[in-house]
Design a protein around this ligand. Sequence first.
Ligand code: TXA
Ligand code: MG
Length: 315
Amino acid sequence: MIDDAARLIKQKELVAFPTETVYGLGADAFCVEAVEKIFYAKRRPAENPLLVHVSSMEQVCQLVSHLPEDALRLIKEFWPGPLSIVLPASGRVPDIVRGGKKGVGLRMPDHPVALRLIDRAGPLAAPSANKYGRPSPVTADHVRTDLHGQIAAVLDAGPTGVGVESTLIDLQNNYKVLRRGGVSLEAIQKVLGREIEAPDGSSAAQFLTDLVVLLAGDFEQLDIILEDCFKQKKKTALVNNNYQKGPRKSYAGLTREYQLDLIRGGAGLYSIIRECESSNIEVLVFAPLPSDLTGIAASFVDRIKRAASLDQNIN
Ligand code: TXA
Ligand code: MG
């Protein structure tokens, strides 16, 4: 299977493959014609650069103009693993991969299938294998739902383990975490020995979904939101999390109820969103989250904020 997938990549085709975070949509990073197909299949704007997935330091050296000491420190600590690093690109990285920017984002995924594919056909330019703006796919079925008929093959290795995308750090000038993800901010700061600026998901664009997604600020607000949903006879799902304290109420009007583990992560969050969409849930409500979470839980909170809109009207 992996050999067939590698052959397809060399024939300038697109292959979706599993990583430890989410499924990626891979093309030969040095082939402009193949990379163009990624933008077309996803309907992704051309100025949005693609991460290049590598399996060896030899590949890294082909892609960057130089490798700073701090990059080596992060690579040593976290690769293979869910950290992507933006570095000055070498002349070999096509403009289309960089979305016209100077830097190239590099990632070495911690997944045996991905690493074997990249060994045989890489480096691979690969965004998440979803339609632009949709939640990332954490199963091969999610990939098929979004990209059916547009890609040559999907390597199916079951649900992904981390379930949130890689952390992205720019090491070019002022160090900056551009996206929270599978490696915690605290772990990165520890290795680099300094504080790094990081975003809060509420400023990012919302996911495209027909669901109304609401995040309750506190439990009183949760009661009000749910009562309102029940009164309006909306099919409503509630997502609890493992940071909720005290006795849990049972709400009779719910169509579904989920428990999300923010510590262990896993494929839960994006699967819940997609499952609710396909079972015609109308309103997806997240129970309150503590504001001071650290580690990978902070990355899940970031994505929940991206999914939700507090002031959205449910009419
Ligand atoms: O976990 C992941 O990172 C997954 C798996 C498949 O590896 N990939 C992924 O790719 O999430 P994508 O394209 O969905 O998100 C990558 C993000 C985008 O927001 C993109 O704009 C940013 O990384 N990015 C990529 N290259 C960049 C660069 N050279 N400079 C700045 N941002 C970059
Ligand atoms: Mg994506």
